[in-house]
Write a protein that binds this ligand. Structure first.
Ligand SMILES: C[S@@+](CC[C@H](N)C(=O)[O-])C[C@H]1O[C@@H](n2cnc3c(N)ncnc32)[C@H](O)[C@@H]1O
Length: 281
């Protein structure tokens, strides 16, 4: 059952955001693959394990885990977006992976059998009551099982999130209101002290929170295409729509900002800073 306290995020992800992620899935997965690989490498996965993927979205991390646990392993993914779960199911079928992708709120669910380990790639920052949600996740993992996930550091440390806001600012009729610290959203776990506190409160032990810095390759063959992608996917897109702002000059400003950034095979590279977190049940 969905927790009413998470209603805003659930509506967001089970609506427009989920649809956009499905549409852009291949691009997003290519961009976030290195983060997924770090999560997998940090987890002691063994053949035959049962792995729980929190906020599994289109299932990319689940499928990476499937390669480690083999045909006798089992994947359970939990997400609130039906569109993304459909994509995850399709992808698992295509790869012949045994997986259950459940339409559940990760802050309120019980698996019939506990998982050996839980994982997440940027799927844990959207809970109104994080300590409560992290305790529920723990209750679904066997004793001594590990929870490994990545979450973003702050907006300031993440160019991919900050730059669209900077580019759009002078075009907006009303500047955006910054959410209070710790609010559910991509940067909800930016503060490592807060993150450690909520994990502890949820009963997780041996908590490790390590910085993960990388240059993230933006989708698109050049600065113009990268600008289009960033404006469409970022939180700024809703604001621009609501304020009925013409996208073309914003895109141009964004592309100009991206022109001077380093490149890899034409793709724009931007700074990204995440936390790689592990904890034991
Ligand atoms: C940034 S996306 C990441 C998706 C996926 N882990 C990936 O890396 O491709 C965040 C995901 O968290 C999911 N989510 C948000 N709130 C949730 C909740 N309360 N319970 C389960 N999933 C949730 C969203 O639907 C979305 O799929």
């Amino acid at each position: 059952m969905f927790n009413p306290e998470n209603e805003d995020q659930i509506n967001h992800w089970n609506g427009e955001a989920g649809d956009k992620w499905v549409h852009m899935a291949e691009l997003l997965d290519a961009m976030l693959a290195p983060h997924g690989q770090k999560v997998i490498a940090a987890t002691p996965l063994a053949q035959g394990d049962h792995v729980l993927d929190i906020g599994c979205g289109g299932g990319a991390l689940s499928l990476m885990a499937a390669q480690k646990i083999g045909a006798n392993g089992r994947i359970t993914g939990v997400d609130v977006s039906e569109a993304l779960l459909d994509l995850a199911r399709k992808r698992a079928d295509q790869k012949g992976v045994k997986a259950d992708f459940l339409h559940e709120d990760a802050s309120n669910f019980t698996l019939p059998e506990k998982a050996d380990h839980a994982l997440s790639r940027f799927g844990v920052m959207f809970f109104a009551k994080p300590a409560k949600a992290l305790a529920i996740i723990r209750s679904n993992v066997k004793k001594d099982g590990q929870f490994s996930f990545v979450c973003w550091q702050g907006l300031k440390q993440n160019e991919w999130g900050r730059m669209p806001l900077e580019a759009a600012l002078k075009f907006l009729k009303t500047p955006p209101e910054m959410p209070p610290p710790h609010s559910p959203g991509p940067f909800g776990f930016a503060d490592p002290d807060y993150l450690r506190d909520v994990l502890r409160e949820a009963g997780w032990q041996n908590i490790s929170i390590e910085p993960l810095s990388s240059k993230m390759a933006m989708p698109g063959r050049d600065a113009q295409e990268a600008a289009q992608f960033m404006l469409e996917m970022g939180p700024i897109s809703r604001l621009l729509q609501e304020q009925e702002i013409d996208m073309a000059p914003v895109e141009h400003a964004m592309a100009t900002m991206l022109e001077n950034k380093p490149r890899q095979n034409g793709k724009v590279l931007l700074d990204s800073q995440a936390w790689l977190v592990t904890a034991i049940s």
